[in-house]
Design a protein around this ligand. Structure first.
Ligand code: EPU
Length: 339
């Protein structure tokens, strides 16, 4: 079975078999039927690079459902579309997810890489994640603290916990978030792009206005995977020591730098997009794959590209950035298969 419709880079990798998982009952049956046979989990495939055939049964996590209590406790099934959930929560009168509008993918994939944008990370809102444990054959509930969240990371993408790519231990079934009734919510608009969007406005914007601004910024800067295959940022913004950041800014005064978070004040994030652009890759093309001409951190498939070509381009970029700046760019999406 060809997976090109199941990954947003539209890569034509094949899998042995694809099964939709839409209930806990189905999970119990699939676990028994598969035994130790290789399996692999996909949501919408918006953060994976399929670079070779997957010798495995692909499980599409499609558990649905969403509800919110009066005090803003939101529960959502893994298969719910993330952006749909964000807009629904705002429509129900709750704030908290507006900065995370228009991120492609499913709700169950959101905790895996701790999605984040415009000053908010999923981990700021998550209270619990429920997952099916293929090893103990039961549901396990993880508190937010158990999930080991950090920048674009969680235990769900840690091979030491999740196991090898074709034998993942946990399939996320549901997540729980704590939101706030809009009337007493404070919006987060410190990210430069948002600050300038509301610079002319005396009153703080509503959560809905922040969502609208985020959507407009993303539409302006990032390619829509429905128009051109991509997985958003292809590399993480590298973290360097404050000393290295100071040395870099002496050489390159316009290199954008950001604080990491309160627990990492000795470190600082620098802009991977800037590094890549300075190496001359913005808008570059290698056959049918390339670097987006509007944002240097996004690799794109112009149509007939393959996973191998994407990896070759990523490698070329990494080598150029190391040669020019001495910094290694760590890929952000998950490579499947992964050995
Ligand atoms: N920049 C360049 N060249 C470019 C694009 C950007 O030099 O081609 C510079 C700009 O000066 C800009 C800075 O890089 O000030 C930052 O750009 P941007 O605001 O677009 O954010 P980013 O750091 O490149 C990160 C996330 C995005 C997220 C945005 C907004 C990572 C790996 N990426 O990108 O997340 O939407 O911030 O919060 O942290 C994703 O993870 O897939 C993703 C799109």
């Amino acid at each position: 079975m060809n997976l090109s419709q199941h990954n947003t880079l539209r890569l034509p990798a094949r899998a042995d078999r694809v099964i939709q998982v839409d209930s806990i009952q189905a999970l119990t049956e699939i676990t028994a039927a598969l035994g130790q046979a290789p399996r692999c989990i996909l949501g919408a495939g918006s953060n994976v690079v399929l670079h070779a055939p997957l010798a495995a049964t692909v499980l599409l996590a499609r558990l649905m459902g969403r509800q919110i209590t009066e005090d803003g406790r939101l529960t959502a099934g893994a298969g719910e579309d993330w952006h749909g959930l964000v807009m629904w929560s705002l429509g129900q009168g709750f704030a908290g997810l507006e900065n995370l509008a228009l991120i492609p993918g499913t709700t169950g994939a959101a905790p895996v890489q701790n999605i984040g944008a415009y000053g908010v990370e999923l981990s700021d809102r998550v209270t619990a994640v429920t997952a099916w444990d293929f090893q103990d054959k039961k549901l396990v509930r993880f508190s937010a603290g158990d999930c080991g969240f950090s920048y674009r990371h969680s235990i769900f993408r840690d091979p030491a916990i999740q196991g090898p790519w074709d034998q993942p231990r946990y399939l996320i079934t549901e997540i729980e978030l704590q939101l706030r009734p809009m009337a007493n919510a404070q919006v987060e608009i410190n990210y430069a792009d948002l600050k300038s969007a509301f610079a002319h406005q005396a009153q703080p914007p509503s959560a809905q206005e922040v969502a609208d601004a985020v959507i407009a910024i993303r539409r302006r800067k990032l390619p829509d995977p429905n128009d051109i295959g991509n997985v958003g940022s292809f590399f993480k913004n590298p973290m360097v020591s404050q000393l290295q950041a100071r040395n870099l800014s002496l050489l390159h005064p316009d290199l954008p730098q950001y604080p990491v978070d309160a627990s990492h004040h000795d470190q600082c994030k620098i802009s991977a997009a800037w590094l890549i652009e300075r190496c001359g890759f913005k808008g570059a093309r290698r056959g049918d794959v390339g670097v987006h001409d509007g944002h240097a951190l996004v690799l794109v498939n112009h149509g007939g590209g393959t996973g191998r070509e994407i990896l070759a381009l990523a490698h070329e970029i990494q080598q150029a950035v190391v040669a020019k700046f001495g910094i290694f760019l760590e890929p952000e999406p998950i490579f499947l298969p992964h050995h």
